[in-house]
Design a protein around this ligand. Structure first.
Ligand SMILES: [Zn+2]
Length: 321
């Protein structure tokens, strides 16, 4: 043994270190095996100790002292003494893929790092396949969603979005109190939302107190049949958008329609009115003698669900003026 040698632990459950085969400054390879002697047959449940052979499986682990570490797992193939079937043992600390294998703690590290780095970069750093890492993230996200959906949700937010612009529409469901996504359901119709409510079950639906939507007619039927007891709120963004589009429609009509012989679209006041919506009210208007109007900053009233509406819209010149 070299004079600067020391002993460190792997801190892996039910794992025994058999040998350290490579101990270089740039990498570490450790041969390990399962500490269990008796293994239960997956076919008949009989407990067996008869080892048919051992295979060497390379399992990537987290770095030790900055060194990339590979565990060589002596994976046993056992023969059942009852049904004579042969089977490979499993280990709770290892995640086995088709080609790549990692320890469970490395899998956790990878899933956590996907928040900060692209999968391609992680794949390069760890020498693992892109699809393998993507598979880990997908299986982890399924667990997270199952856990989130199991919990009670009092404020449910529903909206639609398109994955490919104007092509594949999906319905997104969010827990309004925690901000956690509960699911993305294909399509944006009543059946899509009803299917989600049906999968969540009657008890979960009973727990929803408030449901927030964009006012879509398609969702209304599903909400009425499954969440009839909940308060239905139309979200402020969409209300403001409806208001703005109605305002634009009125402005266009004023531009188009005027008394016979007049051309309201060329009236400077009418023409400029389209920019009023883009201008902040507290900025002075160019060429105007009016003093700038400032919007009073009112604190929201206690108990009010919506903030007060902004100050009255700027005066539009009436047609024919
Ligand atoms: Zn058996």
């Amino acid at each position: 043994m070299s004079p600067d040698a020391m002993t460190v632990r792997l801190h892996l459950r039910r794992i025994r270190v058999v040998d350290v085969t490579v101990d270089l400054p740039e990498r570490l390879e450790v041969v390990v095996e399962d500490t269990r002697r008796v293994v239960r047959c997956p076919h008949c449940g009989f407990r067996t100790t008869r080892v048919h052979d051992r295979r060497r499986v390379r399992v990537r682990d987290v770095t030790f002292g900055g060194r990339p570490t590979v565990l060589i797992w002596l994976r046993r193939r056992l023969t059942c003494e009852d049904c004579s079937g042969r089977f490979l043992e499993e280990h709770p600390e290892f995640v086995l893929g088709r080609v790549s294998h990692v320890t469970r703690r490395l899998a956790r590290t990878l899933v956590r790092d996907v928040n900060r780095l692209p999968i391609r970069e992680l794949s390069r750093r760890w020498g693992l396949g892109w699809h393998f890492i993507m598979g880990l993230v997908a299986s982890w996200s399924e667990l997270v969603v199952a856990e989130r959906r199991r919990r009670r949700c009092r404020v449910l937010m529903v909206d639609e979005t398109s994955l490919r612009r104007r092509h594949r529409y999906v319905t997104v469901l969010i827990n309004g109190e925690t901000g956690e996504g509960l699911g993305v359901v294909r399509h944006r119709n009543s059946q899509a939302l009803s299917g989600f409510f049906a999968s969540q079950g009657h008890r979960w639906c009973r727990g929803v107190r408030v449901v927030v939507t964009d006012g879509s007619e398609a969702y209304r039927a599903a909400i009425r049949s499954h969440l009839g007891h909940a308060t239905h709120v139309v979200d402020r963004f969409h209300v403001a958008r409806w208001f703005a589009s109605a305002l634009i429609e009125v402005r266009r009509r004023i531009q188009r329609i005027g008394p016979h012989g007049s051309r309201p679209a060329y009236d400077p006041d009418v023409f400029r009115s389209r920019y009023l919506q883009l201008r902040r009210e507290d900025r002075p208007r160019r060429g105007s003698e009016e003093p700038p109007r400032t919007r009073p900053c009112r604190p929201p009233r206690a108990g009010s669900r919506l903030d007060p509406l902004p100050a009255p819209p700027p005066h539009l010149p009436s047609r024919g003026r």
